[in-house]
Design a protein around this ligand. Structure first.
Ligand SMILES: C=CC1=C(C)c2cc3[nH]c(cc4nc(cc5[nH]c(cc1n2)c(C)c5CCC(=O)O)C(CCC(=O)O)=C4C)c(C)c3C=C
Ligand code: FE2
Ligand code: FE2
Length: 349
């Protein structure tokens, strides 16, 4: 009896109508040094949703082969894209800005008169700021309902599902859980297709060149995940079909490829690097590369596409390589997130 909350305090626990919107992306290391990258890769690559290989075998390979060498090499890659003003990776800077801009739009009336009831925060699946910290912050600010928005347009178990797993685990430790909604993937939503098509057309117009081919490069996944029923491959192709239709492009003019292959197993094909080399070798001189599967620029877009793959293209004789920025926190990008949040909050605001 002694430990019960005094009646005068009960209102403090129960009178809130506040709603949290929790934006989430994949995550990124805290620094470019060996140990920061190692900590990040260890967490990421120990996730069974990401690596589906037999456990003991994989943990052996991870600890003996991968975590001994990859952190140094990837740390050097991260250093080439690092945001030195803030001492963080671009993925973090952009995700924070998306959250701040969304909060501002809500203050400006995006959700009608729910201006002060909706609190936006952000958290990463791996590394910092964690989903745990962000969720606890929202709850501490009185949110009894949370809309979770994994910023992956196309669903995959290795991204969307594992983000949910993590959040559910956070809630599993709470006595008084907030009610939870999870935003759907948005690979075929009009605002998203318009935004990608608009950013592509805008960039090509402003740089005044006609690419021989436009490459839509999505992050890869092991082929086995597709065969096991993961909808990611189909979602990527649906997105590309809709962009083609929106821009009146043929199948040959806008092609789909998959990047960032990891390990020796077969991944979704065609591979971005091989395709880009072959395009140049077969006479393409000007290409544009768009990365619609990434809601924010990161190592995989800025370094892998903008540096590594651009070099492959030039080495094979290509002349112009235009990497189209992700939607990021641009007006177009914010419209996509705003439309998603507006739709998913219906009935709550
Ligand atoms: C090893 C398996 C991996 C799968 C499967 C995978 C799927 C996947 N990843 C993204 C988005 C991002 N991945 C990023 C980096 C990254 N991805 C993997 C591995 C897999 N990804 C690794 C090991 C890394 C780290 C870098 C490296 O060591 O190569 C990032 C960038 C993070 C950053 O800090 O900038 C993003 C974003 C998607 C969308 C996806 C499946 C659909
Ligand atoms: Fe990845
Ligand atoms: Fe990569």
């Amino acid at each position: 009896m002694d430990k019960m909350t005094p009646l005068s305090d009960i209102g403090k626990q129960t009178n809130s109508q506040k709603i949290g919107v929790l934006l989430s992306n994949l995550g990124t290391p805290d620094g470019t040094d060996y140990w920061s990258v190692r900590r990040y890769l260890a967490e990421f690559l120990s996730d069974r949703r990401v690596i589906e290989a037999p456990r003991l075998f994989w943990l052996f390979v991870l600890n003996t082969l991968i975590l001994t060498t990859r952190p140094q090499r990837k740390g050097e890659d991260y250093a080439t894209i690092w945001n030195r003003d803030r001492n963080e990776s671009p993925l973090k800077t952009i995700t924070r800005s998306q959250a701040e801009k969304l909060q501002q739009s809500i203050r400006d009336g995006l959700l009608g008169n729910s201006k002060s009831n909706v609190i936006v925060d952000w958290g990463m699946r791996y590394g910092n700021p964690s989903l745990k910290t962000a969720t606890e912050r929202l709850v501490a600010r009185g949110c009894e309902r949370i809309l979770f928005v994994p910023l992956y347009p196309q669903y995959s178990a290795a991204t969307s599902a594992t983000a949910c797993d993590k959040l559910f685990k956070v809630l599993a430790s709470m006595r008084y859980q907030p009610a939870l909604r999870v935003a759907t993937p948005y690979y075929d939503q009009d605002t998203y297709i318009d935004a990608i098509a608009g950013s592509l057309a805008g960039r090509l117009l402003s740089s005044g060149f006609e690419p021989d081919v436009i490459v839509a490069s999505f992050h890869g996944m092991p082929l086995s995940t597709y065969l096991a029923g993961d909808p990611y491959y189909v979602h990527c192709h649906r997105t590309a079909d809709l962009i083609r239709t929106r821009l009146g492009l043929s199948q040959e003019r806008l092609i789909v490829t998959f990047q960032s292959r990891f390990g020796r197993a077969e991944w979704l094909k065609p591979y971005t690097d091989e395709t880009i080399k072959a395009l140049a070798a077969n006479g393409a001189r000007r290409i544009a590369v768009v990365t619609p599967g990434f809601s924010a620029d990161c190592l995989e877009t800025i370094e892998e596409i903008g540096q590594e793959n651009a070099k492959y293209f030039f080495d094979e004789g290509g002349d112009v390589f235009a990497r189209i920025d992700c939607l990021n926190d641009s007006d177009r990008g914010m419209r996509v997130i705003e439309a998603l949040v507006q739709r998913e909050l219906s009935g709550w605001v």
